[in-house]
Every structure is written in C-alpha cells, then in structure tokens.
Design a protein around this ligand. Structure first.
Ligand SMILES: C[S@@+](CC[C@H](N)C(=O)[O-])C[C@H]1O[C@@H](n2cnc3c(N)ncnc32)[C@H](O)[C@@H]1O
Length: 294
C-alpha cells in the first residue's frame, strides 16, 4: 500500500530552495510556453514577448513558440508538465524528496554512490550533487546514465500496448551529454565525482563501474528501460538505500516493471508516494542477499 509523504517538504537551506525553483523552471513564467510542430492550428496565441529573430529561427525548423497557458505552479510542483526552460521535468516535490533522502543517507551513515538513470537536461542529478556538497558528501560519486539521444523505440508488449508511449522520435527528449556537462559547469558543480554513463541502459549499466549505491533513481519511463535499470543495479543498492521511481503513477509500463521485479525478487518494502507521479522505497536493513541478488 502506498503512503504519502506530501507535506514533509524539507526547508531551511536557502541555496537549495532557490535551486529547486530555478531547476524546475518554477521561477519563470516562460516555463508555460510550449513548442508545437508545423501542424499549428491557431488554437494557441503566439506570445508577444518573443523576438522576431527567434520566431524566424523556429519557423525555419517548422516550429512555433506559443503560450499555451498561464504558468500553472501546482502542475510544475507536481512535475506534471514538460517545462520549456526548466532543467528538470521533475517538480519541486520530487526534488524535496531527493533532498530528504540524501539528508537521511548522511544522518544514518548509509554508504554508497548515487545514480540517476534517465537524466534529460540533468536538473535532478544536478540537485543531488548540490545537496551532497551541501552536506559535506561531495566525495560520493554521482552517476548520470542516459542515451543522451532520447528514448528507444518500444519493443516489448508491456510498452507497445500503451498508446502514446513511443517517444523515440521526440526531439524534446534528446539532450546531448555536452549540454548536461555544460549545465554542471554553469552551476559550478562539475568535478571528478560526477560520472557519465552514455548509451542505452541495456548496454551501459551491466558493465558500469559503480560502487554500492545509496540511492538509485529510475527515470526511463518505459517498462523496458525500467527493467534494464533494475536488473543490473538493484542488487547494488545497500540496505537502507533508496530506490526512487519517477514514473510509478504515470507510466503503466514502468509500474508493471516495478511490480513484476518486486514480485520476482520478493521485495515487500513499503512503497511511499511522493506526488502525482513519483514513488520510492528503502531497501530493508535486514534484507537478505537472496532477495537482493537480482
Ligand atoms: C523523462 S526523461 C528524464 C527526466 C530527468 N530525470 C529530469 O530530471 O528531468 C527520460 C530520459 O531517459 C532516457 N532514456 C529512457 N530510456 C532509456 C534507455 N533505455 N537507455 C538510455 N536512456 C534512456 C532518455 O534519453 C531521457 O533523457
């Protein structure tokens, strides 16, 4: 049974709070803007704020920039939109949960690296790095795994049976590794403990040279991607460590993968709800190695 942690928002560190607003794009009205393709129907109003040269550049690519809605702060906090100017799709509540988890890792002395599989523009990973540094844990390795060229074309029935789950052609989701590196540099957070694992999860993760993991964050949307993360990495999550699933309540394929994996490996740890989409559980302290040997 899922329980809610809503309302347990971490607070008190102005730098991290400001970072959340910045990374989620919540401080910019422009976050509500949307890019749509050449099939523009006139349903949306082109914003006046856009400079002419920018519109022309977009038009050349068959794109228009439109203001679909006024900024919806609640939607952004829940991470239920794709912010045009934010650095993470994850909303504030999922960043709050990451902060709480890392604070618990520090307070309880849980050893291990942190890994996000599915980083997009890198904002959630960057927030993890900032929190680690803030807590004096900057020597922990932070691994960022992504194709850096978007989602794969779904192959498995668990994904193809869901309409709209093929996002392999979605350019918005294709963010090159150089852009993520540049983001870390821009925020002064790039150092030798930030490690990149480029490639499809099924290729990059089984041979990844990570140590034990204190936190594993899954954000690959699909059943296939979720399984490709869990199979090689779950057994690396230490007792007391966190398994955070970004898409648990919003992507049926991801949820199916989680249920199937937990059932196969007899994982009974309670699933906690974060917000409209995210969930997490902690590997029990007394978890047997048999259950964890995925
Ligand atoms: C929803 S985005 C991640 C959002 C991100 N965590 C954030 O903070 O905004 C999903 C990411 O997963 C990556 N991805 C999905 N499936 C993958 C796979 N099988 N192998 C490698 N990358 C994958 C995509 O390239 C994309 O960057």
């Amino acid at each position: 049974m899922a329980t809610s942690i809503a309302g347990s928002r971490a607070a008190g560190d102005e730098y991290l709070e400001l970072l959340k607003d910045c990374l989620t794009g919540a401080m910019y009205d422009e976050s509500a803007w949307k890019l749509i393709d050449g099939s523009y129907t006139g349903r949306f109003r082109i914003t006046k704020e856009i400079r002419k040269w920018f519109l022309k550049a977009l038009a050349k690519r068959g794109l228009r920039l439109v203001k679909a809605n006024e900024f919806d702060a609640e939607k952004r906090a829940e991470g239920m939109d794709w912010p045009l100017f934010g650095y993470t799709m994850v909303g504030r509540k999922r960043l709050d949960q990451l902060q709480l988890a890392i604070e618990q890792i520090a307070a309880e002395g849980i050893q291990g690296d942190l890994l996000e599989a599915g980083v997009w523009r890198g904002g959630a990973s960057l927030f993890m790095k900032a929190t680690l540094n803030r807590l004096g844990l900057g020597d922990r390795k932070l691994w960022l795994a992504d194709s850096f060229e978007g989602l794969p074309r779904p192959k498995q029935a668990a994904d193809t049976k869901h309409r709209g789950h093929d996002l392999s052609n979605c350019d918005f989701l294709k963010v090159p590794q150089e852009d993520v590196v540049a983001l870390f540099e821009r925020f002064g957070l790039l150092d030798d403990n930030v490690k990149f694992l480029k490639g499809w999860f099924c290729d990059s993760l089984p041979t990844a040279q990570t140590g034990p993991l204190a936190l594993l964050r899954l954000d690959g949307d699909l059943y296939e991607s979720t399984m490709d993360i869990l199979k090689p990495l779950y057994s690396k999550v230490v007792p007391g460590g966190f398994v955070v699933v970004d898409d648990f309540y919003t992507w049926a394929g991801c949820r199916d993968a989680i249920h199937e994996f937990r059932e196969t490996h007899q994982i009974n740890a309670e699933i906690h709800r974060i917000d409209a989409s995210g969930a997490f559980w902690r590997v029990p302290l007394a978890s047997s190695s048999a259950a964890r040997a995925a």
